[in-house]
Design a binder for this molecule. Structure first.
Ligand SMILES: [Zn+2]
Length: 154
């Protein structure tokens, strides 16, 4: 069996892995009162419970990492959450098993909020400040010189 066939066999094994046994990686979230990153399920929608301290202060974290640095050396670029109105509509839609109705890009960017990690100051996603924060890419790893890449919990 050649290398190609071995790779195919490995791919088949992953494909046939029973559903439910393999959870796809979720997203990084950040607990504002605990000041800690945590892995949330893929369907988590900010703000959510969080991992301690005040409840309801878990927000989405956009996290980058150098491909060669240890898995725990993460850089949080910025945070993202939603207005109470967006959260409410999202919860209603989830309960009903539907998508949020009548969602436009404009409405979404009015009700999505972006902040740096320090200091916490929320800006509408449509604002110039949010666009500036959201375009941070973190540059390069000082140790390896590699560009930092967005990453998800493994
Ligand atoms: Zn590195």
């Amino acid at each position: 069996m050649g290398v190609g066939a071995t790779a195919l066999a490995a791919a088949a094994v992953i494909w046939l892995w029973p559903r439910g046994a393999y959870e796809p990686p979720g997203s990084y979230f950040y607990d504002l009162s605990e000041k800690k990153l945590y892995a949330a399920p893929r369907n988590a929608f900010a703000p959510e419970d969080g991992i301690g301290g005040e409840s309801g202060d878990g927000v989405e974290a956009i996290v980058f990492k150098c491909p060669q640095c240890p898995a725990d050396r993460l850089e949080t670029m910025y945070l993202r959450t939603h207005t109470p109105e967006y959260k409410r509509r999202h919860e209603e839609a989830r309960r009903a098993g539907t998508a949020v109705e009548g969602l436009t890009r404009e409405w979404e960017s009015e009700h999505t909020l972006i902040s740096r990690v320090d200091p916490i100051a929320w800006h509408k996603a449509s604002s110039d400040e949010a666009i500036k924060i959201g375009s941070s890419r973190g540059g390069r790893c000082p140790e390896h010189g590699l560009a930092l890449k967005p990453c998800r919990p493994s």
